[in-house]
Design a binder for this molecule. Structure first.
Ligand code: GLV
Ligand code: MN
Ligand code: MN
Ligand code: MN
Length: 425
């Protein structure tokens, strides 16, 4: 492990990083009824493009070389003294939830930029190149599922998998991606990840915790040990429309009533006395969505998570039969749209994060991640880890999401040291 570089810690600017967070928050920014400053910046929108241009405008004076791949993943390269050496990568995503906060995703990209800027300003040469990455569509709020950029990059799914996926307005992912790439024709293209390019030496993703533990325990840094597994499903129930005043209940094929039965049956399947399992029906669409018409169609999403594959796999596999078994007069289809196995982060990367925090006088703990992240898809590719910083009240995916400028600076300082350590190995 390289010696602690004192100039490096000083070169990370709390004020500069906070100002960049604030500038990014204006792109899609809004204030909710309680006065919280939220962000709505969905993937591949005009706002997403503007955010990427803003990032590029900060990278250019630093001499970082941009490139973009066929999925729109955006890279900024800091050259190493051995340019042919496998690069160390760090970053996260720039898209947000529709009712999101100012930090989820974007801070990981800005922390990587701050860390690389500090490394350069401190005059520290690294053997390996360092590449900052902004992955396309991590949230999956506009085009489901999330993590499309990292899934394609890592070879987990073919890059054309989602071309026909529609957003809420019927726009195709493939068309929106093509429009983004056309608007970035001035940025050099690169091959897609390990499918067409070199394998990185390591990947580190900084992220807000999105949970309450670090704050509750008065800690500065979370050394993330791994991520629980996730499976997403879409359930589509089909019945028949009828007049609400005339059709006898006994003759209806009511999609809403069968949906209620199905969700009750799924709740029974997912019951977990240990409260480790996570099961969410987050989105429901009913048609024709009229108060005096029996619904002929009901669609809902399932987000199911568990850290143990011995639970995640059989329970997830039982969803379709449970749905079909609970129907009375309707038909249903169940489609799996996302499947990420539980992932364990690399012990060396964890040790480097813990060591950097301790050397800087920061208090840390090891902890798993309940949220999924692009880092999950890097685990099979290279040594991977994540750095968490506290989230006020544990709130995230909400405009009240907050971390202090000092907490964000701590995260960037730990990242900077870890990047130097890895890039000199
Ligand atoms: C990512 O945003 C997740 O839902 O875990
Ligand atoms: Mn995120
Ligand atoms: Mn998120
Ligand atoms: Mn996420």
């Amino acid at each position: 492990r390289a010696a602690q570089a004192p100039n490096l810690v000083a070169a990370v600017s709390e004020a500069r990083q906070w100002d960049r967070i604030a500038q990014m928050a204006r792109l899609g920014g809004f204030t909710d009824a309680d006065g919280h400053q939220g962000v709505n910046r969905a993937a591949l929108t005009k706002l997403d493009r503007e955010a990427r241009r803003l990032l590029l405008s900060w990278a250019a004076p630093l001499g970082l070389k941009p490139s973009v791949d066929v999925l729109g993943n955006l890279f900024l390269r800091h050259e190493g003294t051995e340019p042919a050496a496998a690069p160390v990568m760090a970053g996260s995503h720039m898209d947000s939830q529709p009712n999101g906060g100012r930090f989820d995703g974007i801070w990981g990209v800005l922390a990587a930029l701050e860390a690389v800027q500090a490394i350069r300003e401190a005059g520290i040469a690294t053997k390996r190149p360092i590449e900052i990455v902004a992955w396309t569509n991590e949230e999956g709020g506009r085009f489901a599922p999330g993590c499309m950029g990292s899934m394609a990059w890592s070879g987990h799914r073919p890059p054309d998998t989602w071309n026909d996926t529609l957003d809420g307005e019927g726009l195709r992912f493939g068309d929106e991606l093509a429009a983004l790439l056309a608007s970035e024709a001035d940025i050099p293209r690169r091959g897609l990840g390990i499918v067409e390019g070199p394998r990185p030496f390591a990947y580190v993703e900084p992220h807000i915790e999105q949970g309450p533990l670090l704050e509750a325990e008065g800690l500065d840094i979370g050394v993330v040990t791994g991520i629980q597994g996730s499976r997403w499903f879409l359930v589509e129930i089909e019945g028949k429309t009828d007049h609400a005043g005339t059709a006898p209940l006994s003759l209806r094929q009511d999609a809403v009533q069968d949906m209620v039965r199905v969700i009750n049956a799924l709740n029974a399947l997912m019951a977990d006395p240990t409260d480790i399992l996570r099961f969410t029906v987050g989105r429901i669409e009913v048609s024709p969505n009229s108060s005096n018409t029996v619904a002929d169609r009901a669609r809902f999403t399932i987000d199911f998570r568990h850290p143990d594959p011995a639970v995640l796999l059989p329970k997830g596999d039982a969803i379709e039969a449970t749905v079909k078994g609970a129907l009375t007069r309707c038909r249903a289809t169940v489609t799996e749209r996302f499947h990420a196995l539980p992932a364990r982060f690399d012990p060396l990367v964890q040790d480097l994060i813990e060591g950097a925090a301790a050397a800087q006088g920061l208090r840390s703990r090891r902890m798993p991640s309940g949220a999924f992240h692009d880092a999950q898809f890097l685990v099979p590719i290279c040594p991977t880890g994540m750095i968490f910083i506290p989230s006020r009240g544990g709130v995230s995916h909400h405009p009240a999401e907050f971390s202090t400028p000092a907490q964000l600076a701590n995260g960037a300082r730990v990242l900077a040291q870890v990047l130097v350590d890895l890039a000199n190995r």
